[in-house]
Design a protein around this ligand. Structure first.
Ligand code: NI
Length: 268
């Protein structure tokens, strides 16, 4: 097992608590970035997880015959076990314990690809807007680009301090209920308050589950690969569930496929 090599300073912890995000210039080695990049490209080339419902397109109606615009793979380590024992994961786990406490739960991993010349942004959103309205969360994501992340290829942007508020009203992207991706309402008002975070390959950004964030289009000739690990403090049921009405209005192909899978009896 890999051992962590990073300890956050008191100043870094205080910055995260105040702003809801943190930028690290390096969370792993360049040798590991190269190895992860090879695994990552193979996963997307083979559309890993499509049959299991773990491969989806965030910004389109995600028909099986469509070429995905913003493809994602949920739980990629299920399909590439070499992603399990990495320095990135060891460091991410140690950092998450410093920020959330010792009893953290792994929220799984996630890969988001922006192919070259992709006009689609990942619109402004809070991750918790996708989650269970009846639970109280204290969670974060650690986002590592497997090449430099720049303004041109879709680096991360944050609005500092929003994590101290609740969940803002969201809607499916373009207000189209067939689309799985969510966007915050009145996104333009937030854009003016945004901080862009370009980072080198193998650097990382960390954001809280209520931090408002965005990545831009990829206007370069190269893919923009992001690999993400999630961690959560133990969740608690809320006495009064929140009204995430945008979830109940969604009717996506991904949900439809999940329902079909659940209804298909297991093969004999
Ligand atoms: Ni997000």
């Amino acid at each position: 097992m890999q051992q962590p090599t990073i300890t956050l300073t008191e100043d870094q912890i205080a910055f995260f608590q105040r702003t809801g995000y943190l930028v690290l210039p390096a969370i792993t080695t360049s040798a590991e970035v190269e190895r992860l990049q090879g695994i990552y490209d193979q996963l997307f080339a083979s559309k890993a997880g499509r049959d299991q419902g773990d491969h989806l397109d965030l910004v389109t109606t995600d028909e099986d015959e469509q070429t995905p615009v913003l493809p994602q793979i949920l739980n990629p380590s299920k399909y590439a076990p070499a992603l399990i024992d990495t320095l990135f994961r060891a460091n991410a786990h140690a950092i998450a314990q410093q920020l959330l406490g010792p009893d953290i739960i792994s929220g799984g991993d996630h890969a988001i690809l922006k192919p070259p010349h992709t006009d689609a942004a990942t619109p402004w959103h809070q991750d918790e807007a996708y989650w269970d309205a009846a639970k109280e969360y204290d969670a974060l994501s650690i986002w590592i680009p497997l090449q430099e992340a720049t303004l041109e290829n879709g680096c991360m942007h944050f609005v500092p301090g929003v994590h101290q508020q609740g969940i803002l009203p969201h809607q499916p992207i373009g207000n189209d209920p067939r689309i799985i991706g969510l966007e915050v309402e009145d996104a333009d008002a937030w854009t003016q308050k945004a901080v862009a975070c370009p980072i080198p390959a193998g650097g990382a950004t960390i954001h809280h589950s209520r931090t408002l964030h965005y990545t831009g289009p990829n206007r370069t000739d190269q893919p923009r690969r992001a690999y993400i690990l999630g961690f959560s403090a133990p969740t608690k049921p809320l006495a009064v569930p929140r009204d995430f009405y945008w979830q109940t209005m969604q009717k996506t192909k991904w949900q439809e496929r999940a329902t079909q899978r659940a209804q298909t009896p297991p093969a004999p």
